[in-house]
Design a protein around this ligand. Structure first.
Ligand SMILES: NC(=O)c1ccc[n+]([C@@H]2O[C@H](COP(=O)([O-])OP(=O)(O)OC[C@H]3O[C@@H](n4cnc5c(N)ncnc54)[C@H](O)[C@@H]3O)[C@@H](O)[C@H]2O)c1
Ligand SMILES: O=C(O)C(=O)C[C@]1(C(=O)O)C=C[C@@H](O)C=C1
Length: 364
């Protein structure tokens, strides 16, 4: 692959371009995005080689084009690409919904060239300035294919995904859309619903907002995500979202009945079941593919305990992907769980912490 073009260069397009630049510096990268400032920033950082115009005829030079704008905006570019790209050029996207995009690609006469893509990673931030190459590392990267795609084309994309250290998972578009309706789209609706409920219930002094602590903040982080992106996702994946939303509403109705009836036993069973399932999530990941690098360490319950560890690791140039105290059946007293980007960082951390007499409870 000699030339890859991007349409849209925000959080995900920018992260993908950075990752390709990092692992394949020989590939020529070009982009068009809505805001000129984004393209200038990408050029000055050396992430792309050329900034192109909207519907630029030079897209004919690409071997692969990634559509990285909001989902329905991506669809609007298909007629231009059909007219412009060479017949050997592959077209992919990073959109969070795949079915509607696939149908549109077929309608545009691009079924052979189009292979849907969706990195299952990101954040509540937007824009190129928040993009990072590592966002995609060790993340699932869905590729949605049909029988119209040639196996060697699927293989090309699979290799690229592997080269940037993401984890390819090939699925049918409709399988993808139901999975993500459950684990991504429903949670965003729930987060938005929670925040708006509290906004409506709060008093004029906004005391609920003032006292909202860890639990509320943890579960609602994603409510800060881009409204345009989520509007388009909800419109594009309506049927699957309605199905999972109905199940969720039935469940909440049942939970309401248990609270109203004062049924402590049933409530306890409900919380036990969700706690056990949530705690088993890391094990599931481990069973399918080892994609996490974890260390569990005892910390003293005193102010600055976590800061001491993070400072120690930062002084040794070790980056942390995630950190937090967890309490579960295995670690009833609570331990600090640290997640790393790679195995080497985790192993070096264990060595450094042991030397400082920290007790490592488990690495995985
Ligand atoms: N944010 C996430 O966590 C996440 C994760 C995986 C996939 N996605 C998907 O990635 C896509 C982009 O999301 P993002 O988070 O990078 O959003 P973003 O807002 O950071 O980036 C969107 C980019 O598209 C550009 N754009 C908007 N309208 C355009 C147009 N008409 N023509 C050309 N460019 C245009 C914007 O200028 C921006 O550069 C969406 O389809 C989204 O569903 C997002
Ligand atoms: O972590 C977040 O902030 C995200 O919302 C990322 C997230 C998700 O739901 O997990 C959001 C949408 C994408 O399509 C993929 C990933």
């Amino acid at each position: 692959m000699e030339c890859i073009g991007f349409i849209g260069l925000g959080l995900i397009g920018g992260s993908l371009a950075r990752a390709i630049r990092k692992f394949h510096p020989e590939i020529r990268l070009t982009a068009y995005s809505h805001t000129r400032a984004t393209l200038d920033e990408a050029l000055s950082e050396g992430v792309i080689d050329e900034a192109w115009e909207q519907n630029d005829p030079r897209f004919s030079e690409c071997d692969l084009v990634f559509l990285c704008a909001p989902v329905q905006t991506n669809i609007s570019y298909l007629p231009f690409l059909k007219k412009t790209v060479k017949s050997s050029c592959l077209i992919s996207d990073v959109g969070s919904v795949k079915g509607e995009m696939q149908e549109a690609a077929e309608k545009a006469g691009l079924s052979r060239q189009f292979i849907g893509g969706h990195p299952m990673a990101g954040s509540e931030k937007t824009g190129f300035s928040s993009s990072r190459a590592y966002i995609l590392e060790n993340a699932w990267y869905f590729l949605t294919t049909t029988e119209k795609n040639a196996p060697e084309d699927i293989q090309k994309l699979r290799h690229l995904v592997t080269d940037i250290h993401a984890l390819p998972l090939v699925l049918k578009p409709e399988e993808h859309d139901f999975l993500v309706a459950g684990v991504s789209h429903l949670p965003h609706l729930v987060a938005s619903g929670l925040v708006n409920t509290i906004k409506n219930l709060d008093d004029p002094e906004e005391r609920m907002k003032l006292v909202a602590a860890g639990g509320f903040r943890d579960i609602t982080r994603i409510a800060s995500s881009s409204p345009v992106m989520w509007e388009q996702i909800c419109l594009s994946n309506r049927n699957c979202i309605l199905k999972v939303l109905d199940s969720y509403l039935d469940f909440m109705k049942h939970a309401r009945e248990l609270v109203a009836a004062g049924d402590g036993k049933a409530l306890n069973e409900m919380f036990t079941s969700s706690r056990d399932y949530r705690d088993s999530m890391d094990d599931t990941r481990k069973g399918s593919v080892t994609r996490q690098f974890l260390l569990y360490v005892d910390i003293l319950d005193e102010p600055g305990g976590i800061a001491t560890i993070t400072t120690l690791l930062a002084m040794n140039q070790i980056s942390i992907k995630n950190i937090g105290v967890i309490h579960n059946r295995e670690f009833e007293e609570g331990v600090l769980r640290i997640e790393y980007y790679d195995e080497d960082s985790r192993n070096r951390s264990a060595e450094i912490l042991r030397k400082r007499n920290y007790i490592i409870r488990k690495t995985m």
